[in-house]
Ligand binder design. Sequence first.
Ligand code: AMP
Length: 359
Amino acid sequence: MSLIAPGSVIGILGGGQLGRMLAGAAERLGFDVDIYCPDTDAPATRVCRRHWQGAYDDGALLAEFAAACDVVTLEFENIPVGAVSVIEASGTPLHPGQRSLSLSQDRGDEKAFLNSIGVATADYRLIDDNTDIAPALVELGAPSLLKTRREGYDGKGQAWIRSPADIESAWKSVGMAPCILEAAVPFEREISVLVARSSNGETKTWAPPHNVHLDGILSTSTVPSGLPADVEHDAREQAIMLVDALGHVGVLALEFFVLPDGRLLANEFAPRVHNSGHWTPEACQTGQFEQHIRAICGWPLGDTRRLFDAEMVNLIGDAGLVTPDHLEPGDVLTLYGKREARPGRKMGHITRRLNPRKD
Ligand code: AMP
């Protein structure tokens, strides 16, 4: 891939906070940013050179957008594959490509792929309709977790089944859509690995954060994770194996459950910058947003060394109405510019920089 130079135009599919933070990093490296997104007032659309407002099935507008950009990327993985095909057909490079996207859009395909490359996951069964659930529950044991194959996020589209009596209500609550039933994992903690891969195959990972979720939504990400070095190393190696197998270009986040004996079970991956990497710009030499821009532009990847111990705290709902006087020295506040706080809505985050690292 040829190197994309400063002054070029980066196109981003999606207009949320991840797009806004990507646009900030791109702008600092000398790029212009265009955003393609259906919504009028989304966070990224207010910081870009041009907002292309259109639906993801508007092939003509997507083609025009692609022609105006030197490279196109995305900030959320549920972009319809049809939209991605239009960009790919336009000749403008698109990173990451369809393979990373389509696998991450379907929990069944995603888990099968992870297992096929030697990344272990929880045991699961594919569920096409409610009659598949009872036999799967017998095989996996109760409790098990019913998850929609497509479009679940932040714990949405999930229902625990604790006994056969829960089957019908769980099936209704996930919308009677194709699902997987997944064995409960008695994890000790959850971590994620942020990994970047550039078009020339160079890879870099960051120290894996310990992630705590509340009501299915990420609450805090902390480094160091407190895990032994060999467990962290194993997680980082598995993430590299994944991006190599996908031929992924850009940043990707791979989430793991850590069992009490240190074994790792992958939960899911997001083929993009990720909330659990939001501490990296303030606590590392190179943050995830800059790294993603470097990777898709064919630049050498930046050094990912960690300069501080850190904790990232999500500001959710009304907590996002914070004012800067709540901050301690060393804290960095990022707000996403959303006009309205709603329960469960991610409004911003604080990165608390703790001990500086000397190594
Ligand atoms: P997910 O949408 O798959 O990321 O799930 C959201 C959260 O639900 C995870 O971060 C876990 O805290 C919890 N969870 C998901 N799958 C399982 C499982 N198989 N066993 C126990 N907890 C789970």
